[in-house]
Design a protein around this ligand. Structure first.
Ligand code: MG
Length: 254
């Protein structure tokens, strides 16, 4: 099932995407879904970020090949950091390049986990019980600021630096999906999620030992090798097999 958040002339709603339509659901997509009976052709809706998380927890260097290209070893324990909720944008929205503050902004295509219920101290074996589904993410990063600051809040936290979408796929098996990032149609990253060093169940256990996870919270699982710069005017697409594609263009920040 593909759960989306979308806008129409009448407002915004969550819904379930079927072939050419989206069936609206009342309130929120957690627990039993309450269908309103309203249905919209896909041509009449604009997809939004599929969820507005209370927090986004991201994993650094979770593919060995990416850790190597950054000149470091892959950490033995997951390396976690946060991105603010205000960084989230949806499919088709613009990534605003903060050209007054940074000269190097990178894409990072990632598989994102969306949490479905409030939870803490979740054993890895129970992780599936708290996961609503999966979506595509771009962990946009001001690489020069990341290096200069020594920690990552500023580099990862700009408005628009967390594109999510196009929807939450609830039935995908995330253990071995191809993930591809293209810039202007050219492939820059191509990997499989089977190369994740810390698996999704392990990440849910690890993060939930630290903090309570709320419905809609997002865990970014890390980016594979091949990160590189974006320029103003570029169009970047993150595609995850069995989930979909997330495209955003880059504009100069006002
Ligand atoms: Mg990342």
């Amino acid at each position: 099932m593909r759960i989306a958040r979308f806008a129409t002339d009448e407002g915004m709603s969550f819904g379930v995407v079927e072939e050419n339509t989206v069936a609206a659901i009342a309130a929120h997509p957690f627990g039993d879904l309450a269908f309103t009976g309203q249905r919209y052709p896909l041509t009449d809706v604009r997809f939004l970020a599929p969820i507005l998380p209370s927090k986004i927890i991201a994993i650094g260097k979770n593919y060995a090949e990416h850790a190597a290209e950054m000149g470091s070893e892959a950490p033995a324990e997951p390396l976690i950091f946060g991105k603010p909720s205000t960084a989230v944008i949806g499919p088709g929205e613009a990534i605003a390049y903060p050209q007054k503050l940074s000269e190097r902004v990178d894409y990072e295509g990632e598989l994102a986990v969306v949490i479905g219920r409030m939870c803490r101290e979740v054993p890895a074996a129970r992780a599936a019980d708290v996961i609503l589904g999966y979506t595509c993410a771009n962990d946009v990063t001001a690489r020069d600021l990341q290096a200069r600051d020594g920690q990552w809040t500023r580099a990862k936290g700009f408005d628009t630096f967390c594109p999510l979408g196009p929807w939450i796929e609830t039935e995908a098996d995330p253990s071995d999906l191809e993930i591809i990032t293209t810039v202007n149609g050219e492939v820059r990253q191509r990997a499989r999620t089977s190369r994740l060093m810390h698996t999704i169940p392990a990440l849910v256990e690890y993060v939930s030992q630290v903090m309570t996870l709320l419905p809609g919270d997002v865990i970014l699982t890390g980016t594979p090798a091949g990160v590189g710069p974006l320029e103003i005017g570029d169009e970047v697409t993150v595609t995850v097999e069995d989930i979909g594609g997330l495209t955003n263009r880059v504009v100069a920040r006002d």
